[in-house]
Design a binder for this molecule. Structure first.
Ligand code: AMP
Ligand code: GLY
Length: 421
């Protein structure tokens, strides 16, 4: 079977690496992919946003399964486009645009959680019409104050502010266009304090299969300081997510969420990413995403021993059966090497060397490109160095040893992934 994977980051390289190992995969195509995915299949130069061109490509090359990596094409309706009569024979892994609002609209997700009694922070939804009520709600909260742009804002739409005056001002700024259309509606939330972690379910909208949990490290600086990034590293498994916690997560969060997908008649094939926080041992949902995480995928996928293509097909065809995945007993850690200056301005096209000297780690390409036949940096997050080890400490050590061998001008990475575990 020919398979098309959409996206171009480290997540997609990890998925491509896994898909290409399946006996069911005849030819893997990646649109647009990166120099890493080119080692697993054929990159094709089509943008994830060009749904029509992707559909034409599927017909021309007899693709039978489409796997969507990032959220943008889902929110834009790629799955709905594949429900058209001419494409019914092609399975697509990714929810409909309506269901993708669980990620695309914070207010939509909060209403869903409230309706299905899924534990989450208390909230109030504000638009220009009820600003006064919003300020009242804000004043009843304890500091710090959490303000979220309703729509997708490239990971920048969440503000956590200590001072009430400043929070009130920011609420007004958001409503008057700080994040454009994305913040015409703002969700004010109660602040939850605890340890964050992520859980992933593959679902067909009725049944689900759980993937290994992970924890990512979002801040640029050591000790979780400085600006937020797309993710500087991740570990799986997460030591504090024990059997008791898994039981609570399944019963209170995963099962009611899947029941909610059915209750709302959502066309949902694909991943549900539960961004969770443990508050004194009790799990709450911070956010949903309708895709896998990045860099979480770079630690979750290498821990799965089963072939994932049959599961992807079952989820796409809505014939999934509950099962426990076979996973390795080893811990996985990934350390993200980024361009100097990231997440602010950074320079691209720096030559990358040393990859041929890496041993005992897997390298997933995130932001790399080819210039004059040489491998160069092309993004903020450049390479994810993943290692399987006896525990996360051993795995981090090996990833760091390899990160020190790989070179490009301005390279930066955190050396403390897992420091808080
Ligand atoms: P989100 O985009 O909703 O995942 O928010 C981004 C980050 O902000 C999360 O990963 C948390 O670290 C933090 N955050 C969001 N909502 C809350 C909350 N209600 N309480 C505490 N921290 C939060
Ligand atoms: N690493 C967090 C995310 O993928 O949204």
């Amino acid at each position: 079977m020919n398979i098309l994977l959409i996206g171009s980051g480290g997540r997609e390289h990890a998925l491509a690496w896994k898909i290409s190992q399946s006996n069911l995969c005849t030819q893997l195509y990646i649109a647009p992919g990166n120099p890493g995915t080119a080692q697993c299949g054929i990159n094709i130069d089509i943008s994830p946003q060009d749904i029509q061109a992707l559909q034409n490509f599927c017909l021309e090359t007899d693709v039978k399964l489409v796997v969507v990596g990032p959220e943008a094409p889902l929110v834009d309706g790629i799955t709905d486009a594949f429900r058209n009569e001419n494409f019914k024979h092609i399975g697509i892994l990714g929810p409909s645009a309506y269901a993708a609002q669980l990620e695309g609209s914070k207010a939509f997700a909060k209403k869903f959680m409230q309706k299905y009694q899924i534990p989450t922070a208390a909230y109030f939804e504000v638009t220009a019409i009820n600003v006064d009520k919003g300020i009242e709600f804000l004043q009843k909260q304890k500091a710090p104050y959490v303000l979220k742009a309703d729509g997708l804002a490239a990971g920048k739409g969440v503000l956590i502010i200590e001072d009430i005056q400043e929070a009130t001002q920011e609420l007004k700024n958001m409503l008057s266009g700080k994040f454009g259309k994305a913040s015409e509606t703002v969700v004010i939330e109660e602040f939850l304090s605890g340890m964050e972690f992520s859980v992933f379910a593959l679902t067909d909208g009725k049944e689900y299969v759980l993937l290994p949990e992970a924890k990512d490290y979002k801040r640029i600086g050591e000790g979780d300081t400085g600006l937020n990034t797309g993710g500087m590293g991740a570990v799986s498994p997460v030591p504090f997510v024990d059997e008791t916690m898994w039981h609570k997560v399944k019963e209170r969060i995963v099962k009611p969420t899947i029941a909610g997908l059915q209750g709302e008649k959502m066309d949902y094939s694909g991943f549900v990413f539960f961004g969770l926080i443990s508050v004194n041992g009790e799990p709450y949902v911070i956010e949903y995403n309708c895709r896998m995480g990045d860099p979480e995928t770079e630690v979750v996928i290498p821990r799965i021993e089963d072939d994932i293509v049959p599961l992807f097909l079952d989820a796409a065809q809505k014939t999934l059966q509950y099962q426990e995945l076979k996973t390795t007993r080893f811990s996985a850690t990934t350390v993200m090497m980024v361009s100097g200056g990231y997440p602010g301005d950074f320079e691209k096209h720096k030559a990358i060397s040393g990859l041929d000297q890496v041993t005992s780690s897997m390298i997933f390409h995130a932001g790399t490109g080819i210039k004059d036949s040489a491998l160069v940096t092309s993004g903020g997050r450049v390479l994810a160095i993943t290692t399987l080890g006896a525990d996360f400490r051993a795995a981090v050590k090996t990833s760091l040893a390899n990160a020190s061998i790989i070179n490009f001008e301005g390279k930066y990475y955190r050396t403390d992934i897992g420091f808080d575990l």
